[in-house]
Write a protein that binds this ligand. Structure first.
Ligand code: FES
Ligand code: FES
Length: 170
């Protein structure tokens, strides 16, 4: 059966069984292997992507229920590693084995998209279902704070530039 989805801004059609999990479509059909398979039952968060802007477990999302949706995977976060979370993750050196990290970052991305100054509690709540068997939780929290700061300061820099160029034209 054919389904249309938009993945990382690119519209595509896949011909797969309607009950195929989105995770398999991403990994096996579209060859986007950044999204990981952990438990397959919605318990670990390794497979987290965004579905129409909200975090979703792609192992539990059938392609039929994702039809016509906009999907964002870790590969689509930025083209050049310039997303604040990517910068902060590198600065803080968060990963250990790395397996859970794409899911952690996608949950964090959904958080800082709507909350530019999250508290520890906000971060813990948003990433509650993302397990890390290497125990990188404290570094993750630190990196989310750092990313939110980068995002806030980036916005300030942009605003300042706009104001400066605006007054220069007068
Ligand atoms: S693989 Fe989807 S939640 Fe674990
Ligand atoms: S870094 Fe190894 S599972 Fe999280």
């Amino acid at each position: 059966m054919q389904f249309k989805i938009t993945v990382n801004g690119k519209a595509t059609t896949v011909d797969v069984p309607e009950d195929m999990p989105l995770l398999w479509v991403l990994r096996d059909v579209l060859h986007l292997n950044g999204t990981k398979y952990g438990c397959g039952i919605g318990q670990c968060g390794a497979c987290t992507v965004h579905l129409n802007g909200r975090p979703a477990r792609s192992c539990l999302t059938s392609i039929a229920s994702a039809a016509n949706a906009k999907v964002l995977t870790i590969e689509g976060l930025s083209a050049d590693g310039s997303h604040p979370l990517q910068i902060a993750w590198k600065d803080v050196d968060v990963p250990q084995c790395g397996y859970c990290q794409a899911g952690q970052i996608m949950s964090a991305a959904a958080l800082i998209a709507t909350n530019s100054n999250p508290t520890d509690k906000d971060i813990d709540n948003a990433l509650d279902g993302n397990l890390c068997r290497c125990g990188t939780y404290l570094r993750i929290r630190h990196a989310v704070h750092a990313a939110a700061k980068i995002k806030r300061e980036g916005a300030k820099i942009k605003t300042a530039k706009t104001t400066t160029s605006g007054s220069a034209k007068k």
